[in-house]
Design a protein around this ligand. Sequence first.
Ligand SMILES: [Mg+2]
Length: 217
Amino acid sequence: MSDRRIYIDVDDVISDTTITYPTLLKKHFGKTIPFEAITSFDLGKSFNLHKEELDRFMQIAHSPEVITKYQPRAGAIESMNSFISMGYEVAIVTGRPPSSKQLTEEWLAKHNISFHHLFFVDKYSRILPGAYPSNAISLDALAKMNFCFAVEDSSDMARFLSEDMQIPVALLDRPWNRNSQYQDHAASSLVNRCHTWDEVMEIFLSRKQNNHNKTKN
Ligand SMILES: [Mg+2]
């Protein structure tokens, strides 16, 4: 069934996460940085915070009070339900710390989000070797898994999935991935930049149709 398994990230893909960060930053650090200025995935850079400040910010961003309030992104839930009704397996693959498992599950349940798996992958090598929680998956272990399609907002993960794993990726356009090599609908690439979940679905269906035609010919 794994050739029918779809990879879907959580933050800024299913959940409208980073849009809430400028308000948090203003409230806890007194800094004004507009959403459009978050041009680096490294929030330390985007917000000009040093290591300890960034750690504190991430603790706040992953606290129950904050996580519970995130809203789902427009079209995400409907699209995930469509994948399931077409017979696909939905794997939610998040780079959140594994300690946020319960909160994440509660948030998914609160919004009636349907899925088959929830994986915590150490996407950005934040976990120290030897300190791996039993429910965390390394990038090496992820690379051994099969997916037929992925939806991400991180350009580093889009590169890993498309180049190292040969998986087609819908990269949801966000200020922090606009400097990446992945430009709009580059035909040669496995990565398609999408601005909305409607566009993600269009790309998914057109790739599906192409594969179908290839098998037929
Ligand atoms: Mg994300």
